[in-house]
Ligand binder design. Sequence first.
Ligand SMILES: Cc1cc2nc3c(=O)[nH]c(=O)nc-3n(C[C@H](O)[C@H](O)[C@H](O)COP(=O)(O)O)c2cc1C
Length: 185
Amino acid sequence: MKRILSIIMILTLLFSLACANAEGGSHILVAYFSATNNTEGVAQQLAEGLGADIYEIVPEIPYTDEDLNYSDSATRSSIEMDDPSARPAIAGELPDLSQYDVIFLGYPIWWGEAPRIMSTFVEGLDLSGKTVAPFCTSGSSPFGSSDSALKEAAPDATWMEGQRFSGGASAEDILAWANGLGLVL
Ligand SMILES: Cc1cc2nc3c(=O)[nH]c(=O)nc-3n(C[C@H](O)[C@H](O)[C@H](O)COP(=O)(O)O)c2cc1C
C-alpha cells in the first residue's frame, strides 16, 4: 500500500511539473523605457540572455527630438524633470505581474534621475513582494540615486543596487551584472 501511495505521489509531482513547464512563461520580467533606443538595446540583451519576458514602457505621447532637447529649459523633458509630480501617461495596458518575482527596470538617466514616466509605471503597479533590479543608461552620469523616487513609490519591494551601462554595453557585461546579483534567475 505504501509503495502504491509513493508511486501516486511521484506521478502527481511529475504531472504538476510537466503542467508548469507547459504553461511556459518566465518568472523574470525586463521592463524598460527608452527614448532613443540605448536602454532598449541593454534591455533586449538582458531579456535574451536570461530568457526573460520583456515589456516596453511606451509613452502615450511619444517624445520628439525637440522634446528631448535638454539644452532648452522650455522643452517637454525639461519641464517634466523640473516638476517631481509630472506623470506622463503610458500607452496601453500595464503588465500583469502575477507570474514574475524578479523585475529588471531600465531607463535612461535624465538630469541625474529616472524619467517621470518611470514613476507613472511604478505607481501604477503593486510591486510588494517583488525583487526589483534597476538599471540605466546615460551619457556619463553614474547610476547614483536615480531610482530614489521609484523606491519611495514601492517601499515593499526588495530593491537591488542599480547599475549604469553605456549605450553600447556588451551582453557579457550586462549578464555578468545580472548573474552577480545573487538572485535565482
Ligand atoms: C532629457 C535628457 C536628459 C539627460 N540627462 C543626462 C544626465 O543627467 N546625465 C547623463 O549622463 N546623460 C544624460 N542624458 C543622456 C541619456 O541618459 C543617454 O543618452 C541615454 O543612454 C539615453 O537612453 P535611451 O536611448 O534609452 O533614451 C540625458 C538625455 C536626455 C534626453
